[in-house]
Structure formats: structure tokens, C-alpha cells
Ligand binder design. Structure first.
Ligand code: CAA
Length: 258
């Protein structure tokens, strides 16, 4: 594994964890951190020994947004020609399931990073928001699109236009996160969820993630067709034979591709 300065990367069994590590800036997403997160995530994604990736921060902050100090001096030409934030598209294209473990601030780009993950599990202390409007901009790493798809227009407009933050229970109620857990239990509970996912058949995990994500990209009829073709394709896998065979024989499946 490569060495990084703004993140830590660890592996436990089939789970890879990326911990954002710029504590003095509340894990603000500067260019270096973006490059390192994407590189580490792609490295884990390419590793067949990894079946789930966790992205997390500190107890105080998941990430307080894109780095405002780095952005402050940029011109329109700098942003447009440099295509700032484009590397995050590669993060959103990972095939391995990714879980965001969020404690503390998940604001601006931090909230957007969480939404690029496949599941968000929040500590009771987590706070979500898109406060960019207070800086004279608006969300630029997918927030206007992913927040709206996740929680609907009413709540997305409320958050993005006012810049207010949302508590973990509110994030659960509106469907931005799938679970809220006691803050001190966040890492252990997320590790359990990640390990559970990572034990499944890897090609089936990839196909499942792709099928669910298709719901955001296409019509219902096309999405259902895609699901059916992909579902049929799982019957070509030894892991499908093993999974159903194990059920019939009343034993635990031993997937080959994991
Ligand atoms: N960028 C750069 N530095 C940041 C930062 C950010 N997004 N957020 C916090 N920091 C820095 C602070 O400047 C401070 O550094 P110094 O000690 O050198 O002054 C340090 O982190 C600690 O922050 P605070 O002293 O402000 O801590 P606090 O507990 O009083 O407040 C906070 C915490 C409410 C999160 C506050 O820091 C804050 O409002 N941060 C900015 C949040 C924000 O606006 N995010 C959106 C960024 S823009 C964006 O993300 C665009 C996009 O969609 C692409």
C-alpha cells in the first residue's frame, strides 16, 4: 500500500478503511486529500481481497467541506480549466461497496463525499449540511443532484438554500443515512456491517451495486430490464450454484469469489 499524508489506510480481513486525517482543518478536502482518497480507494477497489471499503474521519469531523482556504484565491479559469473536483467522479465509480462512517461535521464536500458512498452510517453526533450558500457558491461535488435524489426536492432545497445543518436523527428520518448509532460505537458497528458485506460473493456485490445505482440513471422499465438481465447472469457464477446449493443442504455458503 502506498504511503499518504492526509489519509490513513488500513485493512482488516476483507475490509479496507480510509480515514481522513487533516485534523487541524477538520478534514477539509483539499486537492492532496482528494488525490490520495481517490488513489487509495482505486487501489482497494482493484484488490480482489477487498469486499467492502469504509470511509471515515475523526469523532469531531467526517469532513468540513472542500478546503475553503485553498479555493479562496482561485479564479473562474482556474476552476474550469483545472476541472476542480473531477477526480471525485472516479470515487463515485468504484465497484466495491463503500460505507461512510460519519461522526461530527459532514458539511459541504464532506456531506457530498458521504453521499458518493453506497451507505451512510451516522453517529448520534453527526451533522449534515450544504452550507456553501453562505460562501457565495453552492454545492459543487454533486450535492445538488445526490441530496435531491436522496431526500427529495423539499428537504434538499431547504438545506441548500438556507445552509442549515441537519442532525443525525433528521438525516435518518429523511433517508440520507441508513442507521444512527451511539457515537462511541460507530467504528465497531460499521466494521461489523462492512465485514458482513465483504463476505458475500464479490462479482455479485459488484452487480448488485451497479443494479441499485442504475435506479438513479434510467427509467423504471429500463432499470428493471437491466436488473433482469444481470440477475440472469448471476446463474453463470459458481457462487450462485454454491449459494443456492448451500441453502438446500442446510449449510453456510462457501463463496469462491471472496
Ligand atoms: N476549509 C478549510 N479550512 C476549514 C474548513 C474548510 N471547509 N472547515 C474548517 N476549517 C478549519 C478552520 O479554518 C480552522 O482552522 P484554523 O484553526 O487555522 O483557523 C479549523 O478548521 C477548525 O475550524 P473552526 O475553528 O471553525 O472550528 P469550529 O468548531 O468553531 O467550527 C465548523 C466547525 C462549523 C465546521 C466550521 O469550521 C465551518 O463552518 N467550516 C466550514 C464549513 C463549510 O462552509 N463547508 C463548505 C465548504 S465549500 C464546499 O464544500 C464546496 C463544494 O461543495 C465543493
Amino acid at each position: 500500500m502506498s504511503s499518504y499524508e492526509t489519509i490513513q489506510v488500513t485493512r482488516e480481513g476483507r475490509v479496507g478503511t480510509i480515514t481522513l486525517d487533516r485534523p487541524k482543518a477538520l478534514n477539509a478536502l483539499n486537492a492532496q486529500l482528494m488525490t490520495e482518497v481517490v488513489a487509495a480507494a482505486e487501489e482497494l477497489d482493484a484488490d480482489r481481497g477487498i469486499g467492502a471499503i469504509v470511509v471515515t474521519g475523526s469523532e469531531r469531523a467526517f469532513a468540513a467541506g472542500a478546503d475553503i482556504k485553498e479555493m479562496a484565491a482561485q479564479s473562474y479559469a482556474d476552476m474550469a480549466l483545472g476541472d476542480w473536483f473531477a477526480a471525485w467522479d472516479r470515487f463515485a465509480s468504484l465497484r466495491t461497496p463503500v460505507i461512510a462512517a460519519v461522526s461530527g461535521h459532514a458539511l459541504g464536500g464532506g456531506c457530498e463525499l458521504a453521499m458518493m458512498c453506497d451507505m451512510v452510517i451516522a453517529a448520534e453526533s453527526a451533522r449534515f449540511g450544504q452550507p456553501e450558500i453562505n460562501l457565495g457558491v453552492f454545492p459543487g461535488i454533486g450535492g445538488t443532484q445526490r441530496l435531491t435524489r436522496a431526500v427529495g426536492k423539499a428537504v434538499a432545497m431547504d438545506l441548500i438554500l438556507t445552509g442549515r445543518t441537519m442532525t443525525a436523527p433528521e438525516a435518518l428520518a429523511v433517508g440520507l443515512v441508513s442507521r444512527v448509532v451511539p457515537t462511541e460505537e460507530l467504528q465497531t458497528q460499521v466494521a461489523e456491517v462492512a465485514a458482513t458485506i465483504a463476505e458475500k460473493s464479490l462479482p455479485v456485490l459488484y452487480a448488485t451495486k451497479e443494479a441499485v445505482n442504475r435506479a438513479f440513471e434510467t427509467t423504471l422499465a429500463e432499470g428493471v430490464k437491466f436488473e433482469r438481465r444481470t440477475f440472469h447472469a448471476t446463474f453463470a457464477l459458481e457462487d450462485r450454484t454454491e449459494g443456492m446449493g448451500a441453502f438446500v443442504e442446510k449449510r453456510t455458503a462457501e463463496f469462491k469469489h471472496r
